[in-house]
Design a protein around this ligand. Sequence first.
Ligand code: B12
Length: 242
Amino acid sequence: MQIRPYGDTANDGVVQLSFTLPLPLGSRAHEAARRYAMLMGISNPYVAHAESVDTSFSFFVIYGTCSYTLDPEQILVDELAHAELDFYAINDLIEKELGRRVTVIGAAIESDAHTVGIDAIFNAKGFAGNYGLERFPAFRALNLGAQISCEALLRRASAEQAEAILVSQVVTQKNVHIHNLTKLIELAEAEGVRDRYLMIVGGPRISHVFAKELGYDAGFGPGSTAITVASYIAQELVSRKG
Ligand code: B12
C-alpha cells in the first residue's frame, strides 16, 4: 500500500511546511521561498503566510503538493513493548516483585537549562493528568534539575544507589544533544557502571529508536507522561531480575 499526505482529499499529497530564509521580506523573498519549496519536491507551491522575522530574515508557510509515496509496511520500528499500567498496578508490581523502593534519578545534563520536561516526569503534581514519579510510593525519585554535568550525575547516581538514570535533552541546535548524550554513556562505560542502571532519555527530538542508537535503554519523545515511563521502569526491572 502506497501512501501520500492527506490535504483536501485522500492521497492528494497536499502538505504545509514552514521555514525561514535569510532575506528581507519582499517580492524576491516570496519568489525565493516558492522556488526553494519546488527544489524540495513540492509542486504548485503557494505562499500561505509570510512574515518578517528581523530586518534580514523572513518566515514562510508554504502550501503545495508532494508527489512522493511510501509503503508503511516496509518500515521496521523498534518500539517499547511494555504495557501501560496504572498508578496502583505499578506500585503493586514493584512491591510484590522487587520488594524494595526503586531509586530513580533525573536531570537535564550539561548545557541544557530546560527543566519543564524533566519536571513533568518527576514532579508529584504531575503533567497531563498523571502523577509524577515523586508521587509513587514505590519510587524514591530524585530530580537534580538542569545543567548537571555527566560526571556529577553519575557520582550522585552511585551515591544514592539509583537503579535508573533519567536524562532530559531539549536543545538540539548543532546536535549538542547527541554530544551530551554520548558523553554520558561513554563516561558510564569508562567507569564500568553502564549496566548498573536503566539509562533513559527524553525530550522533544528523542525517539526510542534514536535513544537505542545512542546506547540508551529507552527513549521518550514529546507528550510523554510519568505513567508511561514508570510502567517501563517497573516492568523492565522485573524482567531483568528474572
Ligand atoms: C521555556 C523555554 C525556555 C526557558 C527554559 C526555562 C526552564 N526552566 O525550563 C529558557 C528561557 C531558559 C530557555 C532558554 C533557551 N532556549 Co528554550 N524554550 C523554551 C520553550 C518555550 C518551552 C520548552 C518547554 O518547557 N516545553 C514543555 C515541556 C513539557 O515539553 P518538553 O521539554 O518537550 O518535555 C516533554 C517531552 O519532551 C518529554 N521529556 C522531556 N525531557 C524528558 C526526560 C525524560 C527522562 C523523559 C522520560 C521524558 C522527557 O516529556 C515531557 C512531557 O511530555 C521551547 C519552545 C517550545 N514551545 O517548546 C524553547 C526551546 C526549547 N528553546 C530553544 C532555545 C534555542 C533556547 C536557547 C538556546 C535560547 C538562547 N539562544 O539563549 C536557550 C538555551 C538555554 C540552555 N542553556 O539550555 C529552542 C530549541 C531549538 C532546538 N531545536 O535546539 C526552542 C525549541 C525554541 C525555538 N523554537 O527556538 N528556553
